[in-house]
Design a protein around this ligand. Structure first.
Ligand code: ADP
Length: 495
């Protein structure tokens, strides 16, 4: 009997695929990087064909590497880089332009104009988001304005808009399903997270014709069946969620107050706020955590743009370290005197500042500052920024989170995770399976097909690999945090 799940994880720099067993154990992984296209400063694009080709190749490879055949795969779950925007022709499947990636800043002026015209309160009220180029709507508007003939074709119903999972499902199903899951829809700036429908007023504001929009589905749903050509027989696609929401499911954060934070290129913390929507007074995003088994959960989200990317910069930009792994030994060697702070505002600061004009700084240098102290300051920056998010969440909810579940490429670094506990004052839990994004997609697909029974079963299956408890004194934690806030204040732009 087919009892395995194929999870496709389409990320910003690579496409990956995993096969999970019926007990949710990862059996194989395949990964392929693809080109990052930077046509101008601040612009980031992907070739939609490369997204599709690497996704299909890695999916096929993961099945082979697990020693399985298409007959063994019961269902497919998909998770994806969020907000990245694609538009294609419904008849030919040809994209009208490259995918505009979430990091792309080309619509900053449009966002500033809409803000100056007083639209942000309405937009935030309906979507929980802020007017920032990060989200999809202004990227759609850009394509419709700059690609010749696109607006007329969109209005005539000839074109389809989608985020990356829509594009993959369209191609997997041979163009029969034009769909989007609810967590991805919630990041477009066009979806009303109270009425759970595309919003006419928002579509009018951004000039997006309704004919472009996909059908929105729950995270566990019948998204379509793959063409037999792709894997040898049709396989149902039954789960889909944006990467951070999928990670939150992989971390079994199903109860209000449960919190996960993923430390990859950037850092994204998602706090489950339960069935009622939380409105942030502290510039966190309000968004949808998940909707399945008839239950909708909302979340508050804090996004930090530079986490592991700061370590990459130490390696590739400065040449201070040969590999990310070296950062741990160096951080341990560094002087423990507080004083050196690195604020990685390379592309501005995300939550809770949302200051696009802020730029990075290294402060507090003395003659005995060496590379170890700089490496340590880079790791500590991620911890201090997490504390800022935790404080914003505590102010919004009236109670601080108790436990933080972590995942992502950085958390193999034990020194970093202990420092995170010390500098936030929170107990930090690292799970046994750290591939939580793919795991979450697999759980969603398996819930729909009955391979997994309920969220309770998933919660029981979550296992901790290590617990890191805060050991630093409160006085020391506060002194260090005050130094950090002082450094941050020096980087903020005047506006
Ligand atoms: P993404 O999914 O965003 O591509 P990953 O979750 O794979 O990212 O994490 C990769 C990031 O983790 C890189 O930015 C890298 O610098 C960082 N990283 C990897 N190993 C370590 C380590 N031992 N210490 C600190 N950072 C690390």
């Amino acid at each position: 009997m087919a009892a395995h799940i194929l999870a496709m994880d389409q990320g910003t720099t690579s496409s990956r695929a995993f096969v999970f067993s019926e007990t949710a154990e990862p059996l194989s992984v395949a990964q392929a990087e693809f080109e990052q296209i930077f046509p101008h400063a601040g612009w980031v694009e992907h070739d939609p064909r490369a997204i599709w080709a690497t996704s299909l190749d890695t999916a096929r490879q993961a099945i082979i590497e697990a020693g399985l055949r298409d007959d063994d795969i019961a269902a497919i779950g998909i998770t994806n880089q969020r907000e990245t925007t694609l538009i294609w022709d419904r008849k030919t499947g040809e994209p009208v332009y490259n995918a505009i990636v979430w990091q792309d800043r080309r619509t900053a002026d449009l966002c500033a104009r809409l803000k100056a015209d007083g639209h942000e309160a309405m937009v935030t009220g309906k979507t929980g988001l802020v007017l920032d180029p990060y989200f999809s709507a202004t990227k759609i508007a850009w394509m419709l304005t700059h690609v010749e003939g696109a607006r007329a074709r969109a209005e005539a119903g000839e074109l389809a808009f989608g985020t990356v999972e829509s594009w993959l499902i369209w191609n997997l199903t041979g163009g029969t399903s034009h769909v989007m899951d609810i967590t991805n829809a919630a990041r477009t700036l066009l979806f009303n997270i109270d009425t759970l429908a595309w919003d006419e007023e928002l579509c009018a504001l951004f000039g997006v014709p309704a004919a472009l929009l996909p059908e929105v589905k729950d995270n566990c749903a019948r998204f379509g069946e793959t063409l037999a050509d792709h894997f040898g027989r049709p396989i149902p696609i039954t789960g889909s969620a944006g990467d951070q929401q999928a990670a939150s499911i992989g971390q079994a954060c199903f109860e209000p107050g449960m919190l996960k934070s993923t430390y990859g290129t950037g850092c994204f913390a998602l706090l489950n706020t339960g069935e009622t929507r939380a409105h942030s007074e502290n510039r966190l995003l309000g968004t949808i955590a998940s909707r399945f088994e008839g239950t909708l959960h909302y979340a508050l989200e804090g996004s930090i743009f530079m986490a592991g990317a700061t370590i990459q910069w130490l390696r590739d930009g400065l040449g201070l370290i040969g590999s990310a792994t070296e950062s741990e030994a160096l951080a341990k060697q560094a002087s423990d005197e507080p004083g050196v702070y690195l604020v990685p505002a390379f592309v501005g600061l995300g939550a809770p500042h949302w200051d696009a004009g802020a730029r990075g700084a290294l402060v507090g240098l003395t003659r005995d500052t060496g590379k170890a102290e700089i490496v340590r300051a880079a790791i500590e920056a991620v911890c201090f920024q997490t504390r800022e998010l935790m404080e914003a969440m505590a102010r919004d909810r009236g109670a601080p989170p108790e436990v933080l579940r972590v995942d992502g490429g950085m958390v193999v670094n034990d020194w970093m995770v202990q420092r995170l506990a010390d500098l936030t004052g929170l107990a930090v839990e690292r799970p046994r399976i750290t591939e939580t994004t793919a795991l979450g997609a697999a759980y969603l697909a398996g819930l729909e097909t009955g391979l997994f029974s309920s969220r309770d079963q998933i919660a029981e299956g979550w296992a901790r690999e290590a617990l890191f408890e805060p050991k630093m004194s409160v006085d020391e934690r506060e002194t260090r945090f005050a130094g950090w806030m002082d450094a941050v204040n020096r980087t903020l732009s005047a506006t």
